[in-house]
Structures are given as structure tokens and as C-alpha cells.
Design a protein around this ligand. Structure first.
Ligand code: 5GP
Length: 191
């Protein structure tokens, strides 16, 4: 069995991170994707424990107080965090562990686990990002503007990532990430 690693995938909302992670599930046999906790209400079709663990603000506070989170951050006015126990367990089992989290969270994980590998997903352009956000129809115009403003801030973190993948084509972008995972899985990063 090859060595497990911790991979952080970040990128502005609407860049297609979710689709890429779905593709990775069928391409990387020893992959495990963390399920985050959030105070954001579920969108239609989202399932508890599959897409997120949906929490009240006080439940989220409790997770923080009990050191239950590897990292957490406020994104677009809601809180999101990575439950630590499952990540530890799957790392011990040697899985390729994936966290799909924002750059603030990514920097916290990197500080705690310096051998983490960071993958930044870029939209082909800002105009394309707007088009995708408007096209998916799950946010109000105000929420879209907020996500675009956050995107501008998040793009500034690009240089802190090990690899930057332009998601102009899902198939090609997936291939790039799979190749990166394959190259890391047998080659421990110097902390
Ligand atoms: P959404 O509300 O669209 O599902 O997610 C919004 C943003 O929250 C995404 O950009 C995603 O990367 C980020 N996010 C999701 N889970 C986590 C988490 O556990 N921690 C942090 N820091 N960010 C997260």
C-alpha cells in the first residue's frame, strides 16, 4: 500500500471544486473525503452527514470548545470546520485524505500539519466565475456578489499552494490533480 497524505483543495465558490472531488472519488482508489461541519442551512438535496454535518451556532461552539475541529473559518457569513477525529483516523489508515476548505482554513491546517499538500483550483476567468455562479441558481444576487468579493480575496492565496490547477476543462483538471496525488503519495514532503 502507498503512503497516505493530507490534501487541501481550495478555490473560489463556483470554480467547480465539488465536481472535481466527485471525479477524484472514481479515480483514486485509496481516497477519503472529509465531511465538514457548518452552520449554513442545507440547500435542497443536501444530505446530513454526506454533504455536511449541519450544526446550530451553539453546537458549532461546542465543537470548537471540545477541540473537535482541525480548523474552522467563517466564509460568506457562515461557519465551516473540519471534524478532527475522522481525519486522524483515516490518516492513520494511510488514506489519501481530502479536505475541501477555504484558504483561511488551509493556512490553519498547514500550521498544524506542515506536510499537508495544497491544491488551488482556479476558474478560467472572473467573468466565467460569475457566469457559473449565476447559472447554478442556488444563490441570491446578493449572495453571488458576496461570493465574488470573497473570490477576489481567496485568489490572493494562490501563491501559497503547492499546485494551481486551472479548471477550464474538468477532465484535464482531474488528470492534473490525480498526477499530483500519485507523485506525492510515494514521496514524503519535507516539513
Ligand atoms: P458552500 O457553502 O458553497 O458549500 O461552501 C462555501 C465555502 O466554504 C467553500 O469555498 C468551501 O471551500 C468552504 N468550506 C467548506 N467546508 C469547509 C471547512 O470545513 N472549513 C473551511 N475553512 N472552509 C470550508
Amino acid at each position: 500500500m502507498r503512503t497516505g497524505n493530507l490534501y487541501i483543495i481550495s478555490g473560489p465558490s463556483g470554480t467547480g471544486k465539488g465536481t472535481l472531488v466527485q471525479e477524484l472519488l472514481s479515480r483514486v482508489p485509496d481516497i477519503w473525503v472529509s465531511v465538514s461541519a457548518t452552520t449554513r442551512p442545507p440547500r435542497p438535496g443536501e444530505i446530513e452527514g454526506v454533504h455536511y454535518f449541519f450544526k446550530s451556532v451553539s453546537e458549532f461552539d461546542e465543537l470548537i470548545e471540545n477541540d473537535g475541529l482541525l480548523e474552522w473559518a467563517e466564509v460568506h457569513g457562515n461557519r465551516y470546520g473540519t471534524p478532527i477525529a475522522a481525519v486522524r483516523d483515516m490518516m492513520d489508515k494511510g488514506a489519501q485524505v481530502i479536505l475541501e476548505i477555504d484558504p483561511q482554513g488551509a493556512m490553519q491546517v498547514l500550521a498544524r500539519i506542515p506536510e499537508s499538500r495544497l491544491v488551488f483550483i482556479k476558474p478560467p476567468s472572473f467573468e466565467e466565475l460569475r457566469r457559473r455562479l449565476e447559472g447554478r441558481g442556488s444563490e441570491t444576487p446578493e449572495q453571488i456578489e458576496l461570493r465574488l468579493r470573497t473570490a477576489e480575496i481567496e485568489m490572493k492565496f494562490e501563491g501559497k499552494y503547492d499546485v494551481v490547477v486551472n479548471n477550464d476543462d474538468v477532465h484535464r483538471a482531474t488528470n492534473e490533480i490525480v498526477a499530483f496525488i500519485d507523485s506525492c503519495a510515494n514521496d514524503k514532503k519535507e516539513a
